[in-house]
Write a protein that binds this ligand. Structure first.
Ligand code: CO
Length: 214
């Protein structure tokens, strides 16, 4: 019962401490946001975008969903990408997955969970696409780790193929797409080296990243 009032209290002390550091902090932020990064991550409560990269409000534009999936018909995610690229003019889009992802794990099992099965189908497609490298991994945890990584690479590729990103590159806007993965066990980010700065880099970056993971 005391939990929610505590949150409001926490908020007051946080706002106080921000204002103490910079009296105009909220005033400036209310006028405009100028983030350089769009973060597309998992909804998992253990992977809070701002906190793990040490950024304060205003510095990262965030979209999160189950298992950091980028689907070409998901107008929620596409609208976020459009606003970030066309209006905010972010310079980086980071797709960040995490090891031990419950969504990715659920996609490797054949339980019927309900509506979410349709969402997880996208990760099952990733698993099927890379079945050759995944099936030879004997250890279950290791196989899941590799699928979490492959899912990041595939979703980063999906970002590159969106009309928004393709058109940004056509008009020579500076925009790089990255694939990162976060370790719940150690709190550390790893770059999966799938950085793509223009359409001509897509094929090589994808091949190199998936070869390395496989
Ligand atoms: Co997750």
């Amino acid at each position: 019962m005391r939990f929610l009032p505590q949150l409001i209290e926490n908020n007051r002390s946080w706002a106080d401490s921000m204002t103490q550091e910079d009296p105009d902090f909220f005033k400036k932020l209310a006028e405009k946001q100028t983030p350089e990064v769009l973060w597309i991550g998992c909804a998992d409560s253990r992977v809070p975008a701002n906190q793990i990269v040490g950024l304060i409000p205003g510095e990262v534009f965030v979209h999160r969903n189950i298992a950091n999936v980028v689907v070409h018909t998901d107008f929620n995610c596409l609208s976020v990408i459009e606003f970030a690229v066309c209006v905010l003019k972010v310079k980086h889009i980071i797709v960040c997955g995490h090891y031990g992802c419950g969504g990715v794990k659920a996609a490797t099992q054949n339980h019927h969970l309900g509506l979410i099965d349709n969402w997880l189908r996208h990760i099952r497609d990733v698993r099927q696409k890379h079945d050759g490298v995944l099936r030879i991994i004997g250890d279950d945890d290791e196989r899941l780790d590799r699928l979490c990584e492959l899912n990041v690479v595939e979703q980063a590729l999906n970002v590159c193929h969106t009309t928004v990103v393709q058109e940004a590159w056509e008009r020579a806007q500076t925009l790089a797409v990255h694939g990162w993965i976060y370790g719940l066990q150690d709190g550390l980010l790893r770059d999966l080296n799938v950085t793509i700065n223009d359409p001509e880099e897509i094929a090589d970056a994808y091949r190199i990243a998936t070869d390395r993971i496989g």
